[in-house]
Design a binder for this molecule. Structure first.
Ligand code: FMN
Length: 334
């Protein structure tokens, strides 16, 4: 199975989803340590900041050693500002993505992300300006829509993206209003795939290798993007790639090794003032490999200070017992 986004070969066709506060350089290095994925994504980048502020010290633009190929996801609403931001980071990443799928916090306030899907004319202008600036692979991440599932509108919207020169569409088939509630409608991935000539990448509730296989089989999509399950199990891409090859899923790594690799990466790729917060965000998901996740997470938080928190985390994991089996459906959400 070969996925090509523009000239970029994505092998295996398994993609780490963009996740604000989570898919930073240190986390991507952790994923890379356990075999990586076909394509990494940054957290969403704020076009206001990237268009105007100093880039060399921006932690959101930092790259790790092995997070390749990496797509930079841009969020905003103003076509000129988005184009300016993309221009300023031209050549720094292997691919670029426009966020028309996120429904969270700041994105909602400024009507970025999925709200661009309400205004097809404006969305087309955003893509046109971006396409003028980005010579390499350009993708757009979308949802089903803002308020309701309207498959005809969704297909028309994606056909517009294709006509404007986008190289692939990434679809999370829930509406903005649904956030992460209600099951994603994978059948919409199949319908969009059937309508488009460019690759379509499916996303939503892939919680293990079996789900990835099922998404390929049920939707005929060209690639699978994994979000929350990768935060819980950063080696899920290695396991899913094995399943795609028809091989046995390898045994999980030692959780203490996972913590050690992440802690090392955090000190290397994350500014000091962000480390505690990022460790806690990491723990919130990683600890969901065990039933007492919330209790453990509170214990880590209570330990206070980066070193003490890591020691506490390791002590808890030494006693934690085996990881729960796939699928790793999250039972705590943010
Ligand atoms: C903590 C968190 C942060 C997210 N941030 C972004 C983001 O910055 N940009 C975006 O397009 N989607 C964002 N998403 C949505 C994910 O990329 C993905 O579409 C969603 O989680 C569904 O995939 P999953 O079921 O594999 O988790 C975020 C999701 C989570 C849980």
């Amino acid at each position: 199975m070969v996925l090509k986004i523009g000239h970029l070969q994505v092998e295996p066709p398994l993609i780490l989803a963009p996740m604000a506060d989570h898919t930073h350089a240190a986390f991507r290095e952790l994923v890379a340590h356990f075999g990586g994925c076909g394509l990494f994504f940054t957290e969403m980048l704020n076009s206001r900041i990237v268009a105007t502020q100093k880039l060399s010290t921006d932690p959101y633009l930092m790259r790790a050693k092995r997070d390749r190929p990496l797509a930079a996801q841009m969020a905003g609403r103003d076509p000129d500002r988005i184009a300016r931001a993309l221009e300023r980071i031209r050549g720094c990443f292997e691919a670029y993505d426009l966020n028309m799928g996120c429904a969270r916090g700041v994105v909602q306030r400024y009507r970025w992300g999925v709200w661009l899907m309400e205004d097809k004319g404006l969305a087309a202008e955003v893509v046109r300006r971006a396409r003028e600036v980005v010579q390499g692979p350009l993708t757009v991440k979308v949802r089903s829509g803002v308020h309701q599932h309207d498959l005809k509108y969704l297909k028309d919207f994606c056909l517009m993206l294709e006509a404007e020169g986008v190289d692939a569409v990434l679809l999370h088939p829930r509406t903005g209003r649904e956030r992460l509630k209600r099951p994603p409608r994978w059948e919409e991935i199949g319908a969009v795939k059937a309508a488009l000539s460019i690759p379509v990448i499916g996303n939503g509730d892939v919680f293990g290798p079996e789900d990835a296989l099922r998404m390929f089989a049920e939707t005929d999509c060209d690639g699978v993007m994994i979000g929350r399950a990768a935060l819980i199990r950063p080696w899920i891409f290695r396991d899913s790639a094995a399943a795609l090859r028809g091989e046995e899923i390898p045994p999980p790594p030692d959780p203490l090794e996972v913590v050690e690799v992440f802690y090392t990466a955090l000190r290397r790729y994350c500014p000091e003032e962000l480390r505690v917060e990022r460790l806690l965000d990491f723990c919130f998901w990683f600890l969901q490999n065990w039933p007492f996740a919330l209790h453990y997470w509170r214990e880590v938080r209570r330990a206070g200070g980066l070193e003490r928190m890591v020691e506490k985390l390791k002590a808890l994991l030494r006693e934690a017992g085996p990881l729960r089996p796939y699928p790793v459906r999250p039972f705590m959400v943010k």
